[in-house]
Design a protein around this ligand. Structure first.
Ligand code: HEC
Length: 102
């Protein structure tokens, strides 16, 4: 029984929506991701992701899987962080930038 529960949980966890899928196959540009970050995110997370109103994002790529980070950004489930609508390429760029924050 525990095995089945675990299996269902794992399947549910790894299932990706089309947006996430489209994003994860793209190669991101750190530099462009940095621009997107400074415009959309730095007001809350700090100019270098060091944390301000929102938490520090240093090392976030080690703590969270890319698909979890994408969900955080597009879902709007944790106010006051708004939900963002970002093209897959721009999201890939953003993820590449977040990876550089350590
Ligand atoms: C209005 C302020 C605000 C803005 C703008 C904002 N955030 Fe956030 N963000 C937050 C807050 C507050 C949290 C903590 C949410 C919680 O867990 O309760 C958070 C959490 C996060 C987390 C999860 C951190 C972790 O350790 O799990 C990530 C990743 C993140 N934000 C990325 C971004 C990105 C990328 C952008 C720009 C596209 C952005 N945020 C814009 C306020 C903001």
């Amino acid at each position: 029984m525990a095995c089945i529960v675990l299996l269902v949980w794992m399947l549910g966890n790894t299932r990706q929506d089309p947006y996430t899928k489209a994003t994860l196959v793209l190669e991101g540009s750190e530099q462009h991701g940095g621009q997107i970050f400074r415009i959309n995110c730095a007001g809350c997370h700090g100019i270098a992701g060091q944390g301000l109103v929102g938490p520090s994002l240093k090392g976030v790529s080690d703590r969270r899987k890319n698909m979890q980070i994408i969900h955080q950004i597009v879902s709007g489930e944790t106010p006051p962080m708004p939900r963002f609508e970002i093209e897959p390429q721009n999201m890939a760029d953003l993820l590449a930038y977040l990876k550089t924050l350590s």
